[in-house]
Design a protein around this ligand. Structure first.
Ligand code: UTP
Length: 297
């Protein structure tokens, strides 16, 4: 058991995943694999490695595979046992028996509304929020912000630097440096700034939230997009509570669309013990093909 205050995590995974159609017509985007492991398994593993004891996944219509993935598969286990396939058996069983709980968001009314569904599970504790389609590679980001919460007792938003010409695609944090490297005071937040971005630090799908956020979420109505935005709740929260940003220096992948998933798959292949030896020469060969292709253009 960890001594940290943050022991619970919430993973919203009830979104429609329209940016990944047609793949997500019948399959939850969170279950799409990065090579051979569903995206949501990376996220669950990150939370558990950070000392989280209980995880709540917010699911919805058509998300049954997520629960099945974290459940035992008796037929598969019997089959692998009978064939003596111990290594595969380990892979098939290591995702069962975890402390994962589920609740359903009845309508996909946005991230803010999804988080609101965690209220009873969270009670009065601070908690870790991990977005279902943000994957990190490098230091355990959840662990970093859990440790930071011990020190500051303030809501924390993790951020990653993006190219300045890409800020219009992200939630951007307006920040002021503190005494501590990588830690900033948040002055404001702007969702997808089209003209002038206050910085290039983008919110990267990991937060430590405090239970008072639920009081604000309960008062919010869906905005022009028809969705309740978590950012709106955080902007309101900031009027009475200080917010911190933590700048993550590892890699961050948004796997909620095909491009992000492809980038993640390529880089994670370099870590994969059974794939990397064959894949690295292959990718070098492909890179050469791209070069000649570009020369022809
Ligand atoms: P996204 O912004 O990626 O939204 O949500 P989305 O609806 O899933 O995807 P697109 O835009 O249609 O392609 C960020 C995270 O919040 C969850 C998603 O499952 C994802 O993990 N979410 C989003 C919910 O749980 N409920 C919602 O109503 C919206």
């Amino acid at each position: 058991m960890s001594n940290y205050k943050v022991k619970k995590a919430v993973i919203p995974a009830a979104g429609l995943g329209t940016r990944f159609l047609p793949a997500t017509k019948a399959i939850a985007k969170e279950i799409l694999p990065i090579i051979d492991k569903p995206a949501i398994q990376f996220i669950v593993e990150e939370a558990l490695a950070a000392g989280i004891e209980d995880i709540l996944i917010i699911t919805g219509k058509g998300k049954q595979e997520i629960e099945d993935h974290f459940d035992a598969n008796f037929t598969l286990e019997q089959n692998l046992k009978a064939k003596g396939k111990d290594k595969l058996l380990k892979l098939a069983t290591e995702t069962s028996n975890l402390n994962i709980h589920y609740t359903r968001q009845d309508h996909p009314r946005g991230l803010g509304d999804a988080v609101r569904h965690a209220k009873a599970f969270i009670g009065n504790d601070p908690f870790l929020l991990l977005l279902g389609d943000d994957i990190i590679r490098g230091d355990n980001l959840s662990q970093r912000i859990i440790e930071l919460y011990e020190e500051y007792n303030q809501t924390i938003i993790a951020g990653v630097r993006v190219d300045p010409d890409q800020t219009k695609n992200y939630g951007i944090l307006d920040i002021q440096a503190t005494q501590k490297p990588q830690v900033y005071q948040i002055l404001d937040m702007v969702e997808k700034p089209q003209d002038h971005a206050p910085s290039n630090l983008a919110a990267a799908g990991r937060y430590i939230l405090e239970p008072q956020i639920f009081e604000i979420l309960d008062t919010l109505e869906p905005g022009t997009t028809g969705e309740v935005e978590l950012t709106d709740a955080l902007i309101e929260f900031q009027k009475s509570h200080p917010l911190l940003a933590y700048e993550y220096e590892g890699e961050w992948f948004e796997v909620g669309d095909a491009k992000g998933m492809l980038k993640a798959a390529i880089i994670f292949a370099l870590d994969h013990p059974e794939i990397k030896n064959e894949f690295i020469p292959y990718i070098k060969q492909v890179a050469k093909k791209f070069e000649t292709h570009n020369e022809k253009d």
